[in-house]
Design a binder for this molecule. Structure first.
Ligand SMILES: NC(=O)c1ccc[n+]([C@@H]2O[C@H](COP(=O)([O-])OP(=O)(O)OC[C@H]3O[C@@H](n4cnc5c(N)ncnc54)[C@H](OP(=O)(O)O)[C@@H]3O)[C@@H](O)[C@H]2O)c1
Length: 236
């Protein structure tokens, strides 16, 4: 269990990130909300009770931007952050129908978005938490990390890569920081909701991912939870 009631959510303006922020706020956390687009973060902040969130935009594809994010947290916040959640990333299809150039474009984009960026954020988050004396680090990868799904020639390998990174990082940070990778199947958010149509209620609901994050903050740090698989009992 973390004594800190302050969290950082990266990817906070996304479908999953927003639900994580809402559940953390409902559980009494103050939350630093981060992503690249400041306006979207402001819209989220305006939907939440006053003085529950602090906006600090950052681009996790850029090392300097991540360093600035954690420096600003140290300088601006009264209490240190004890929970860091990385829910930033994105999907674009890559299939065998592509020519080599399109395959490469997508592959490069997926690596930056789902592997390099999140790995930099998780690495910096682990360093920050260790410096504070400990905490909880959570990543959202995907069931694509462990399943062979159509159209995922780019996305799939980056999600297995970031999953494996979380497991290696957990070994490095020792007893004070616990790293967990959540691997959800299809979540009822954003463009997925449109695609799912009338089946959307059968997908994972984003607030359930938020509830899982809150649960992780309540467990002893000595309890290892290296990965959580969230699947739907419906074939999409
Ligand atoms: N939705 C699903 O069905 C589903 C299922 C399994 C796994 N996932 C994974 O869960 C994560 C979140 O998914 P989602 O559906 O919530 O996606 P989303 O709605 O597209 O949100 C993505 C979030 O990440 C931020 N972001 C993207 N690139 C960033 C960067 N370089 N630096 C900082 N922030 C960045 C975006 O804001 P800005 O664009 O303003 O930066 C946004 O806040 C993704 O990794 C996704 O692959 C999603």
């Amino acid at each position: 269990m973390t004594k800190s009631k302050t969290a950082l959510v990266i990817g906070a303006s996304g479908g999953i990130g927003q639900a994580v922020v809402e559940e953390l706020v409902s559980a009494g956390f103050k939350v630093v909300i981060s992503a690249r687009n400041k306006e979207k973060l402001e819209t989220l902040a305006s939907s939440l009770p006053e003085n529950t969130v602090t906006i600090i935009p950052a681009n996790i594809s850029e090392k300097d931007s991540i360093e600035k994010l954690f420096l600003e947290i140290e300088n601006r916040l009264e209490n240190p952050v004890g929970v860091v959640v990385v829910a930033a990333g994105g999907w674009a299809p890559n299939t065998f129908e592509n020519d080599l150039a399109s395959f490469e474009d997508n592959f490069t984009q997926m690596v930056e978005q789902n592997l390099t960026g999140p790995a930099l954020a998780l690495f910096a988050g682990a360093k920050y938490l260790k410096k504070q004396g400990g905490g909880i680090l959570v990543n959202v990868s995907s069931h694509a990390a462990r399943k062979s799904l159509a159209g995922n020639l780019g996305y799939g390998p980056t999600k297995s890569g970031i999953h494996w990174f979380t497991q290696l990082l957990n070994n490095e940070v020792g007893e004070t920081v616990r790293v967990t990778d959540i691997q959800p199947a299809v979540v009822n958010t954003g463009s997925m909701t449109k695609q799912l149509g009338e089946c959307s209620h059968k997908a994972i609901q984003p607030e359930d991912i938020g509830k899982v994050v809150v649960l992780l903050t309540q467990l002893s740090l000595h309890t290892t939870v290296s990965q959580i698989h969230l699947d739907a009992n419906y074939e999409f």
